[in-house]
Design a binder for this molecule. Structure first.
Ligand code: SF4
Ligand code: SF4
Ligand code: SF4
Length: 324
């Protein structure tokens, strides 16, 4: 029987997640149109849209830890954020490798780059210099939110009209995009064709945070030095630009657990997913299945315990939308 390839599994999950996000975006657009009176068709708000508000979720997480209050403005956003942190802790950057639609866009851009033969390999000091900014952005964000923001400021932001309408503002950022923003997005996409996973590797502060958490993950990619023939195929396949062929254990903050290195390796059993101490070999699909399962478990738990939909009345949200 023909083996299922890790590449096919990853592409399929990423594609399905991207379709789902497009559907969520469309449903939210219809919800907004109904709320502001542009449509008579009542549509409920898709909670998953709040997954695109990680900064708001970070504030909510601080509120949860400092005051014991589970955010009621964007409860689904907080649920998704916690699920993504847990995924990173247990399943490496499985969120980036399988679930984030931006990761899928970069997967497609990378394929275009390979087709046109214009891939630029970023290595050494240049790579290090390019990697630093995302960690600076992430650290600044964490310091501002976790250490500098007082409880009063936190409360004021969470219950501000700005935070209530954050998803709508984000939607308009893309629908009514300014020339400057379009040029920046276009440049990032163009760079993504020639420099694999440009946004994910060098700019995204969310990915930077997940990468640091993933360093504590119990899973890693293991290379069997005795079997390796030093062909370098694993390096070429790696979206994180990791030199897999010179490591015995890959525990880099850039590893998204996509197992494309395993897929590319011509020697059976040379690369595998193992526990950190390399005692137990695990099936290559453990990160994909584990990441998806954790997300679904958190969704089901939040729905069941009423931590998914906001209890605030729609009239209030409508008022804020009209004020926008
Ligand atoms: S690095 Fe950022 S944009 Fe890229 S897949 Fe991860 S979370 Fe998504
Ligand atoms: S090391 Fe392997 S699993 Fe990690 S990002 Fe690179 S290809 Fe994916
Ligand atoms: S693809 Fe496999 S055999 Fe080739 S260098 Fe990488 S680990 Fe070694």
């Amino acid at each position: 029987m023909k083996k299922i390839s890790p590449e096919l599994v990853r592409d399929s999950i990423q594609f399905a997640m991207t379709l789902f996000c497009i559907w969520v975006g469309y449903r939210f657009y219809l919800f907004y149109q109904w709320m502001v009176g542009n449509s008579d068709i009542a549509v409920s708000k898709p909670g998953a849209v709040e997954g695109f508000l990680p900064i708001s979720a970070l504030l909510s997480l601080k509120q949860l830890f400092t005051k014991g209050i589970f955010d009621e403005v964007h409860p689904a956003g907080l649920t998704i954020f916690i699920a993504v942190l847990v995924i990173s802790l247990l399943m490496r950057k499985g969120f980036c490798g399988y679930l984030c639609p931006v990761g899928f866009i970069h997967n497609l851009l990378n394929r275009i780059g390979r087709k046109v033969g214009g891939i630029v390999t970023v290595k050494g000091k240049v790579e290090l210099a390019l990697l630093i900014p995302k960690y600076i952005i992430m650290t600044s964000l964490l310091i501002s939110v976790l250490f500098k923001m007082s409880g009063q400021e936190l409360d004021a932001f969470i219950h501000s009209p700005y935070n209530f309408t954050a998803e709508a503002r984000m939607m308009f950022f893309f629908i009514d995009i300014s020339t400057t923003a379009a040029l920046i997005v276009g440049t990032i996409l163009l760079l993504g064709i020639f420099i694999p996973y440009f946004w994910c590797r060098f700019i995204c502060p969310y990915g930077a945070l997940l990468g640091l958490i993933a360093k504590a993950s119990p899973l890693a990619i293991k290379r069997d030095e005795n079997k390796c023939i030093s062909c370098g195929k694993c390096n070429k396949a790696c979206p994180g630009g990791i030199a897999v062929d010179i490591k015995t254990t890959v525990n880099s903050a850039e590893c998204v657990g996509c197992t494309q290195c395993i897929n590319a390796c011509p020697v059976d059993g040379c690369l595998s997913v193992t526990d950190r101490l390399s005692r137990i070999k695990l099936p290559w699909y453990v990160i994909a299945v584990g990441s998806l399962s954790i997300l679904l478990i958190y969704y089901a738990a939040a729905k069941y315990t009423n931590h998914w939909d906001s209890p605030y009345p729609l009239q209030m949200l409508r008022k804020y939308y009209m004020m926008m």
